[in-house]
Design a protein. Sequence first.
Length: 64
Amino acid sequence: MQNEPWVSLDEIARHLGVSKDTVYRWIDQRRMPAHKVGRLWKFRVSQVDDWVHAGEAAEKVRRG
């Protein structure tokens, strides 16, 4: 996994089928695994896939 390439925000958004704004929101509000390199966000697809499979990208249902 150490040889896994870093991907850009555009690439991870395309991989997940969501907008870049959604990715930014997930980074900010849901602790999506992302790494800031200079001014750019970089991602490991395997980390993001694990995060999605753990249910972290799912909408939270508000009860009340």
